[in-house]
Design a protein around this ligand. Structure first.
Ligand code: A2P
Length: 331
């Protein structure tokens, strides 16, 4: 028997990618249902050899029977509809930030903490895109050396702000006078150190997601994270400069060995041959790429690295589908 799967927000940038990844990974789907707002209800979407009609999202339809509901329609949609679906006995994998820090809700990157899914039913949160790729690279190093502190700066693609942001960058690249609607400033030929809203402490909500989600996923509230998140004029894949202070002394050769054996990680680090990951080259891959691994010049327990992953795939859709796969294996 195949699965009954629903995708909420199926017409968005992440929702479309979820459908692509479900198809690519050959998830055994008997019935697929796709949901969005009144703006696109009635539209047709191709999935495998079928044409599926977009249904209007309502509280009633969330009470129907689904094996899995993948949500990516923003926090307020998840806040309203995910509990109704879960109450009806459906498993929800939610890509929004709505439930991530709620106690008792698993926040999962399957390579890192799939064990928290055992015996669980209800809402499962998919972490923030920048957090996912960082913890995929950090988890195996934390295990070996123990992380004390992380200082990260991100270089984030516009697709993380949804389909309308992709259109805004495309248009601004062609037209110097095209207005900024999605971002507070022009994004073409610029970079904006402002993702999500500012908090009273001076950090943005995106930056704080990287702090607290990292602690939750790595199950260690003592890890100190300082984050600066920046939007850049790139369409797909987020890049991160990650500086890590460990409790024990890491050696670069061993770090490369550990990372090359870590699930979901590819080490691409031959600077002399210009081999290091870039967003353009990493886009469309499901792996997290790590390069520029080097020891700090002053602190023997610290190193820096450059971490790149496709934000719509590993940062969102692929991770969500991997959660579904992990739940299926645990059945
Ligand atoms: P719609 O196409 O009807 O606007 P993105 O992140 O790329 O902007 O996509 C957001 C996704 O979430 C879209 O599929 C959008 O559908 C969906 N969405 C947004 N608001 C709602 C809502 N109130 N109910 C259902 N779907 C929604």
């Amino acid at each position: 028997m195949g699965l009954i799967v629903g995708v909420v927000g199926a017409t968005g940038a992440v929702g479309r990618k979820m459908l692509e990844v479900l198809e690519e990974r050959n998830i055994d789907i008997e019935k697929l249902r796709v949901f969005a707002s009144a703006r696109s209800a009635g539209e047709k979407i191709n999935f495998k050899d079928q044409v599926v009609t977009v249904e209007l999202l309502t509280e009633e339809v969330m009470k129907d029977k689904f094996d899995y509901l993948l949500f990516s329609a923003g926090g307020s949609v998840s806040a309203q509809y995910a509990p109704i679906a879960a109450e009806a006995g459906n498993t929800v994998i939610d890509n929004s930030s709505q439930w991530r820090m709620t106690e008792g809700i698993p926040l999962v990157v399957p390579e890192v903490n799939a064990h928290v899914l055992k015996g669980y039913k209800g809402i499962i949160a998919n972490p923030n895109c920048s957090t996912i790729q960082m913890v995929v690279a950090l988890a195996p190093l934390h295990k070996r050396y123990g992380i004390d502190k992380v200082v990260v700066s991100t270089y984030q693609a516009v697709s993380g702000s949804g389909h309308k942001a992709i259109v805004e960058l495309e248009n601004q690249m062609k037209d110097a006078n095209y207005p900024n609607n999605v971002y507070p400033k022009r994004i073409a030929t610029n970079c904006i150190p402002h993702i999500d809203v500012f908090n009273d402490n001076g950090f943005t909500k995106e930056e704080l997601k990287m702090v607290y989600e990292t602690q939750k996923i790595l199950e260690d509230n003592k890890i100190k994270v300082n984050s600066t998140t920046v939007r850049i004029p790139v369409f797909f894949s987020h890049s991160e400069s990650v500086y890590v202070e460990f409790k024990e002394t890491p050696e670069v050769s061993e770090v490369k060995q550990i990372l090359s054996e870590a699930p979901g990680v590819i080490v691409l680090d031959n600077p002399e041959k210009n081999e290091y990951p870039t967003p353009l080259e990493v886009a469309n891959s499901d792996d997290t790429y790590v390069g520029r691994i080097r020891k700090d010049l002053f602190n023997p327990n610290a190193l820096s690295m450059w971490v790149v992953a496709d934000n719509l795939r590993k940062g969102a859709a692929t991770n969500a589908v991997q959660i579904l796969e992990a739940l299926e294996t645990l059945k």
